[in-house]
Design a protein. Structure first.
Length: 182
């Protein structure tokens, strides 16, 4: 499900050929520099989940941390950090995945979740879905489940949201961009 009643697209800067030729990077920095836009985005996510039946907010490294912190604080939920490899100090679970640019690994503290926990996963965007799919695997390995995957942006042509939906994970984004959209 995607909607854009907030009209946030103009505050998401396209950066051509970053991090490699042919890629249009969707930079949310201008959105976060606007107090009004940040409040609109945060409030939309908070309102979506204020009465939802989940126990934890899972935030993806690194831009997902910005949203995850706000939502976890507002809803008084524990925040689980899903980090790039080598960034967590205690025992971790690790999951490899493919990105648009190659292979990567996502890690989480092994004691972050328990049987029966339900997690809302937050990130800045859903592209190929690799990061969120890896996080979902880690969540399941700890005996927990995914309530929903949410992001500011969906890039539907890359198929990530569909991959998540195909394995039974609901998705929610605030806006979407076509790959060629500037």
């Amino acid at each position: 499900m995607t909607f854009d009643p907030l009209n946030i697209k103009p505050l998401i800067r396209p950066v051509l050929d970053f991090p490699k030729p042919g890629v249009v990077f969707r930079d949310i920095t201008p959105l976060f520099q606007s107090p009004r836009a940040l409040r609109l985005v945060a409030d939309a996510l908070i309102q979506r989940y204020v009465e939802a039946d989940f126990s934890h907010v899972g935030a993806m490294d690194a831009r997902g941390f910005l949203l995850g912190s706000i939502v976890a604080y507002a809803l008084n939920k524990p925040l689980i950090l899903f980090r790039k490899q080598g960034k967590l100090p205690a025992d971790v679970l690790s999951e490899g995945y493919q990105t648009e640019y190659g292979e990567a690994f996502l890690e989480v503290h092994a004691d972050s979740l328990c049987d029966g926990d339900k997690v809302v996963m937050l990130d800045d965007l859903i592209a190929t879905g690799g990061t969120l799919l890896a996080a979902a695997q880690l969540i399941r390995r700890m005996g927990a489940s995914v309530y929903e995957a949410a992001a500011i942006i969906d890039l539907p042509e890359l198929g990530g949201a569909q991959k998540l939906q195909d394995i039974g994970i609901a998705t929610f984004t605030l806006t979407a961009f076509a790959l060629t959209e500037r």
